[in-house]
Design a protein around this ligand. Structure first.
Ligand SMILES: C[S@@+](CC[C@H](N)C(=O)[O-])C[C@H]1O[C@@H](n2cnc3c(N)ncnc32)[C@H](O)[C@@H]1O
Length: 206
């Protein structure tokens, strides 16, 4: 459902922001680590699919609540020529059985979900023991002046950008959900405003 803005404008904004060259470079570092049966949360847009190593993956599934973004993800699966189980759904209630996947990929999605800890609990549930959550997210910056701007801008930004939060901690939230995190990197994205540009990425084991 959602408003006209959410259904038609937010997908366009997401396509424009999430396809930026610096972001695509980070995807290219992280996504090829996926192995075995893979699940991608917030797979709408389909930007990650080109980076999966088809020789390392045995199946691919994903969910997203946005009808428009799911269309892009399905088009991308067709272009890649692989069989992908792409469904409408939310991360708070993932429509897959427990211990179904070897890898979960989560990029730029924990900022937008309604309940971050519930979603992380669901990601843990669907991973097999020893499975890996690969994450790449923007969120709470480490510097106080940037944090102040994030606090000011977030209430204006959220309704424009599909509920995207600027102030959510990233690695700390993944750890709080009980994952064992191996940080892979953190940085401000060049050519991006610092309030939106703090990135953390890593591999977390269940
Ligand atoms: C900023 S976009 C990122 C899209 C994609 N993950 C990427 O890396 O380009 C945020 C995504 O989260 C999805 N999303 C929002 N709420 C969600 C929820 N509760 N569960 C799963 N995905 C959600 C949106 O529909 C959107 O596709």
């Amino acid at each position: 459902m959602g408003t006209f803005w959410d259904r038609h404008m937010v997908p366009r904004i997401i396509r424009a922001c999430c396809g930026a060259p610096g972001i695509m470079d980070l995807r290219a570092q992280l996504v090829p680590r996926a192995r075995g049966d893979v699940f991608e949360i917030g797979c709408g847009g389909g930007f990650n699919q080109q980076f999966y190593d088809g020789t390392a993956i045995t199946s691919f599934a994903g969910i997203d609540p946005s009808v428009k973004l799911l269309e892009f993800a399905r088009d991308e699966a067709e272009r890649k020529g692989w069989k992908a189980d792409i469904r409408a759904g939310v991360g708070e209630d993932i429509p897959f059985a427990s211990a179904s996947f070897d890898t979960v990929v989560c990029t730029y999605t924990l900022c937008s979900v309604k309940d971050q800890q519930q979603v992380l609990g669901e990601l843990k549930r669907i991973l097999r023991p020893g499975g890996t959550l690969l994450f790449l997210e923007h969120g709470r910056a480490p510097d106080a002046p940037v944090q102040r701007w994030q606090d000011r801008i977030e209430p204006l930004w959220k309704p424009i950008a599909g509920g995207c939060h600027l102030t959510r901690p990233i690695t700390a939230s993944v750890r709080a959900a009980g994952f064992d995190v191996q940080p892979l990197g953190q940085a401000y994205m060049p050519k991006s405003p610092r309030w939106a540009g703090w990135m953390e990425w890593g591999a977390a084991t269940r």
